[in-house]
Design a protein around this ligand. Structure first.
Ligand SMILES: Cc1ncc(COP(=O)(O)O)c(C=O)c1O
Length: 391
């Protein structure tokens, strides 16, 4: 059976060029970048080259790039590394759990957090951030793109607010990296976290932009790696793979790949919306379109159980994600969709389609055939659809 992977926001495969670039660093070029012999020097040179590529990607100085293990570490580092007891922290209620859980942790140490809610469109209103800034506010953290809806947040405006009020600003850019033009100077942030595996690089690798002079305490201490900002022997194959993925991502933004992806996503979305009782979550503010990353659409289906739909789609060879997540064994509706004002049933009955940048027209056609069949089948057997709900 053909399989179509439309869950790129969960993870992406390595591109062949990334695999090839990494390959020597697992075996013949296995040196430790801290060693002074030739093997070490080769590893160090590879890390240095990768740092320059990442500096180009972020639009920052080489010394402002810190390699780490990915988005979770970057998000945690921003919060644990900047906040002290008595500080106030501002973030949003639609962040990834790497931010939300870290906020919970620092609450135990006397850091109060304000969670700003989004509009029903999924957009964070910058004035809602401005309104909750206090003299004790030390850090604002807002994501560049939401992982579930793809909605792009107005980080530049938030960056200006942070600059005007003298507050540090972190961007979780995990879902925006490689999908939109990147420029940390334009964003006006002090810290920015990205992850390789969301942009066709290896899992367990990432990088953080740390603006020069930001008083960030390291999360991991030990050796003097990464200018003492992140201890631990450098993951040289991972770093090399991240840089190659970033280089390819920069090309994709210029060579029409992203425009083609927008067309495919829009065709997919329009096709799915032919189904009655379906609508898009986020991306629209009344009649006005909200900017979204190119590859994502999130759609609700009336009278369908989302998890059943994910399974039905999987059985038809299509990988997508649902609007619920498993927490401590119970399935909870997505906190993002709930924060946007969806009721529990609709949040649960939502699917996220996130296309790989290698997606084809044939993939879209295949999914457009599978979705109506799966929805129709589930509605036919659904107690809700049959009017027997609550019986
Ligand atoms: C918005 C966002 N932030 C952070 C993360 C965590 O990144 P990683 O998987 O590299 O730890 C993810 C991953 O799903 C994400 O979507």
């Amino acid at each position: 059976m053909k399989r179509v992977y439309m869950d790129a926001n969960a993870t992406t495969p390595l591109l062949p060029e990334v695999m090839e670039t990494m390959r020597p660093y697992w075996m013949e070029r296995f040196g430790n970048a801290s060693s002074i012999h030739l093997d070490g020097q080769q590893a160090r040179a590879a890390v240095d080259r990768s740092r320059s590529t990442m500096a180009e990607f972020f639009n920052c100085h080489d010394a402002e790039v810190v390699f780490n293990s990915g988005g979770t570490e970057g998000d945690n580092t921003a919060i644990f590394g900047l906040l002290h007891p008595g500080d106030h922290f501002i973030t949003t209620s639609i962040e990834h759990s790497a931010i939300l859980q870290a906020a919970k942790r620092v609450a135990q140490h006397g850091v109060e957090t304000t969670f700003v809610a989004p509009q029903t469109s999924g957009l964070i209103e910058p004035t809602d951030i401005l309104r909750v800034i206090r003299p004790e506010t030390r850090l604002i953290s807002v994501m560049l793109a939401n992982n579930e809806t793809g909605v792009l947040q107005p980080v530049e405006e938030i960056g200006k607010i942070a600059a005007d009020t003298g507050v540090f600003f972190h961007i979780d850019a995990v879902q925006g990296a490689g999908k939109v033009k990147f420029d940390v100077r334009r964003f006006g942030c002090h810290l920015c976290s990205i992850s390789a595996h969301k942009m066709h690089g290896p899992k367990g690798t990432g990088a953080m932009f740390v603006r020069r002079g930001t008083p960030l305490e390291p999360l991991l201490v030990g050796g003097s790696h990464e200018r003492r900002q992140r201890a631990g022997t450098e993951n040289v194959p991972g770093i090399v793979g991240l840089a190659k993925a970033a280089e390819l991502a920069m090309h994709s933004l210029e060579d029409g790949t992203i425009d083609r992806l927008v067309e495919l996503r829009d065709r997919l979305e329009a096709g799915i919306l032919q189904i009655s009782g379906a609508g898009v979550n986020g991306g629209w503010d009344g009649e006005k379109k909200i900017p979204r990353v190119a590859n994502t659409t999130n759609i609700w289906f009336d009278q369908v159980e989302g998890e059943a739909l994910v399974i039905a789609m999987d059985l038809k060879g299509v990988a997508v994600s649902g609007g619920s997540a498993c927490h401590s064994g119970a399935t909870e509706p997505s906190h993002v969709l709930m924060a946007m004002g969806l009721d529990k049933a609709r949040a649960r009955a939502s699917l996220r389609f996130s296309l790989l940048k290698t997606a084809t027209e044939a993939d879209v056609e295949y999914v457009l055939k599978a979705v109506p069949e799966a929805v129709e089948h589930l509605r036919a057997i659904s107690p809700v659809a049959a009017g027997t709900a609550g019986d």
